[in-house]
Design a protein around this ligand. Structure first.
Ligand SMILES: *Cc1c(COP(=O)(O)O)cnc(C)c1O
Length: 362
């Protein structure tokens, strides 16, 4: 595997090597069908088994029972930005959004097209360096739901403690940190995640949703945009992204084999610490974008003393066998995306590279 490099891309992103090898091994002949998983009907028994196993594995990892469904949809997390208000923001109601970055702004933008919204909290002031404190959040009167983004991929911030608002339905975009640590999923009525960061390849979006929310979507919205359509057909209303669901299921199996979410968290904490320590021990050479108490386990964002050094850093990191460290254009600087599939050794290499670079240029 000497030609594989250390992949810090933000998404699509690194996948576990075991998963890629398993997919490679059975690419030509899936489960003795004599056909590739790419070539079989989504209505065939072998595919139905994949689909069912993926739902069961996701629920098992999240500790959820029969009161939840897991749907595998298309259109990315961005389509969920619109599907959520279409299904749950009915006339006369208000939906509350907590803004912690560009993705939550985009979610709000779609909801505004559909109904009345309220910004219940925002850390836009100060360039989204942190997530809000619970006491900064002001809900509207009886909101239809509260929407949060659990991890802010671009800014490198993450809710340390996920909030909870009693009986108000809580919805979360967890695209970039789902399954990175244990959490009480039963506090959420709906969780969605584009797979291409922490779950698999692009092309499928996982939606974990309380069963009662899939029972009667408004009759006025298009069939494909209704949760009841997809729940009542086990995500097989139309042709699903079969290969993406298959790979996602291999990733779920891999997480289970590693020891589940507790093991993921332990590994992710070790990995993130390696890089944050390189920032904190640099005497201000590296400046983290996120406030310390909002630092993400998944996306580490930092700046160097000037853009010239940032360019040299990016170029030399590529020469040292690393990829994807250039930050998002809206924040600038560098970003290391270190999702579940990033091995500890990859973060070790980056941490040492950062310390050496600081010695040379600091
Ligand atoms: C990447 C990302 C999205 C966008 O996902 P698409 O699947 O490309 O629509 C939305 N939210 C968050 C938090 C993301 O990281």
């Amino acid at each position: 595997m000497s030609n594989r490099i250390i992949n810090f891309n933000a998404g699509p992103a690194v996948l576990p090597l075991d998963v890629l090898q398993a997919a490679q091994e059975e690419l030509l002949n899936f489960n003795n069908t004599g056909m590739s998983i790419l070539e079989i009907s989504h209505r065939s028994k072998p595919y139905e088994e994949v689909n069912h196993e993926a739902e069961a594995n996701m629920k098992e990892l999240l500790g959820l029972g029969d009161e939840y469904r897991v749907l595998f949809l298309q259109g990315g997390a961005s389509t969920q930005f619109a599907m959520i208000p279409l299904n749950f923001l009915t006339p006369g109601q208000t939906a509350d959004y907590i803004l912690t970055g560009v993705w939550s702004e985009k979610a709000l933008k779609e909801a505004k097209l559909i109904g009345q919204t309220h910004i219940a909290g925002s850390t836009a002031e100060g360039k989204y360096r942190r997530t809000p404190q619970q006491e900064e959040i002001q809900l509207s009167d009886k909101p239809a739901y509260v929407h949060i983004t659990s991890n802010n991929t671009i800014y490198g911030t993450q809710w340390k403690e996920l909030p909870s608002f009693g009986p108000v339905p809580l919805f979360a975009d967890m695209s970039s940190d789902i399954l990175c640590r244990p959490f009480d999923a039963s506090k959420f009525s709906l969780i969605y995640a584009g797979a291409q960061k922490n779950l698999g390849p692009s092309g499928v979006t996982a939606v974990i949703i309380r069963k009662e929310l899939t029972e009667n979507s408004p009759k006025t919205i298009p069939t494909m945009l209704r949760y009841d359509t997809h729940a009542s057909t086990d995500s097989l209303y139309n042709t699903p992204p079969t290969f993406a669901v298959y790979l996602l299921n291999l990733v779920l199996r891999w997480i289970k084999a590693q020891g589940g979410l507790t093991a993921m968290e332990a590994r992710n904490v070790t990995k993130a610490k390696l890089i944050y320590d390189a920032i904190d021990s640099s005497n201000g050479f590296y400046r983290g974008h996120a406030d310390k108490d909002s630092r993400s386990l998944m996306n580490v964002t930092f700046r160097l003393p000037n853009e010239e050094l940032e360019k040299i850093f990016a170029a030399e990191s590529v020469a040292a066998g690393m990829s994807g460290l250039k930050g998002h254009r809206s924040v600038g600087g560098l970003r290391a995306s270190i999702y579940n599939a990033m091995p500890v050794a990859g973060c070790q290499t980056l941490s040492e590279f950062m310390k050496e670079f600081c010695r040379k240029h600091g």
